[in-house]
Design a binder for this molecule. Structure first.
Ligand SMILES: NC(=O)c1ccc[n+]([C@@H]2O[C@H](COP(=O)([O-])OP(=O)(O)OC[C@H]3O[C@@H](n4cnc5c(N)ncnc54)[C@H](O)[C@@H]3O)[C@@H](O)[C@H]2O)c1
Length: 336
């Protein structure tokens, strides 16, 4: 019998790629998603439980319906700008609803959870690359909500023996190399899909926010990690917990940074078409450079990125976006 893993946010971007990786590794992923941002078509490697984490009855029911061995918890709101305007929305969904999940897990005696944390918990880093023991001082409610849950997990570990892995991703990017799923956020705020959509003529112009950063070309530098590499790391972390591993926090990044201009150049090279740009001031709260120290993930999970060369990330993303456009001119179509 396949081990059942509950994947909250399993119809979303990283959740659906992880469900595919889980299925490939012999698990049965159950997607638990309210489809606020997720897509029914993306939950294709196991059953979809269409429900909200605010609904404790539905949560308890899913643990009764399936013998869940572990949970991978992606479901959250993740728009930094929106979190500045509506912090209450982020604390309700990312914090309170995670407490619901933990309560339902405890009632069902499920003790393993892999949690989507983020480099946003570090705030403005004083050290690059950023090690896991760097001070965590988030500068927006989104990062604060994720840090709060890291602390909650720690105390559940101490009090109840919960086994957890908090994975602090840097910038997730790229698409399934088989082309079955990819990134489809609405609204989209991530650089790579925005640049590709501009190159494909879906958008008039890409805004470069900040050209006066203290970086070689003046634009912000980020650490892009392929979503398939992230998915593999989640399976490894889960297996570590299932084998009795205790609580740990790990960066998931490559240790390599790319500037906004370097990303745009690569999109133009891969796609063979120009990305029209417009320069604008820095966005408040955007650090100049965010790059992971990725050593611990290798040590603890024996995990190393395999698909995270910038060219591979952009080729897979490009193929996904082009294929979606080819269907009927819209990205919001159902892949066959
Ligand atoms: N994308 C990145 O670069 C990145 C970086 C760091 C951390 N993260 C974290 O990774 C996770 C996944 O990110 P993503 O890019 O796949 O986002 P996403 O929006 O594509 O996926 C999140 C999914 O959760 C679902 N969801 C949200 N609230 C829910 C609720 N209350 N009940 C049920 N379902 C709910 C949404 O419908 C969506 O399908 C998030 O927790 C995010 O904070 C993402």
């Amino acid at each position: 019998m396949k081990k059942v893993i509950l994947v909250t946010g399993g119809a979303g971007y990283i959740g659906s790629h992880t469900a595919k990786a889980l299925s490939g590794a012999g698990y049965l992923p159950i997607a638990f998603d309210n489809l606020v941002y997720g897509h029914r078509w993306a939950a294709r490697w196991g059953p979809l439980c269409e429900a909200d984490l605010a609904d404790l009855v539905a949560l308890r029911q899913v643990f009764r319906d399936y013998k869940v061995e572990g949970v991978i918890h992606f479901a959250a709101f993740a728009y930094v700008g929106e979190s500045m305007a509506h912090p209450e929305k982020y604390f309700r969904n990312n914090v309170v609803n995670t407490l619901n999940l933990l309560e339902a897990m405890q009632a069902a005696d499920v003790r393993n959870i892999v949690f989507s944390s983020t480099c946003a918990t570090y705030g403005l880093p004083s050290e690059i690359p950023i090690p896991e023991n760097h001070a965590q001082h988030p500068i927006n409610p989104y990062g604060e909500s994720k840090l709060f849950i890291e602390r909650v997990l720690h105390w559940h570990h101490v009090a109840h023996g919960l086994r957890y892995a908090a994975l602090r991703y840097f910038n997730a990017a790229g698409a399934d190399p088989d082309g079955e799923i990819g990134e489809d956020h609405d609204p989209e705020t991530h650089l790579i899909p925005l640049a590709i959509e501009t190159a494909l003529g879906k958008r008039d112009c890409l805004e470069i926010m900040g050209t006066d950063y203290p970086t070689p070309d003046g634009t912000a530098i980020r650490d892009y990690i392929h979503v398939t590499d992230l998915a593999t790391a989640h399976v490894r972390a889960l297996e570590k917990l299932l084998a009795g591993g205790a609580g740990f926090c790990i960066n998931l990044g490559t240790g390599q940074g790319h500037s906004v201009r370097q990303v745009i150049e690569m999109v133009q090279k891969v796609g063979g078409s120009e990305v029209a740009t417009r320069e604008s001031p820095r966005r408040p709260g955007d650090p100049p450079i965010l790059v992971a120290a990725p050593i611990r993930a290798g040590e603890v999970l024996d995990w190393h990125p395999r698909h995270s060369e910038l060219s591979t990330i952009i080729e897979t993303a490009w193929n996904w976006h082009e294929r979606q456009r080819g269907k009927n001119g819209s990205q919001h179509t159902i892949p066959s």
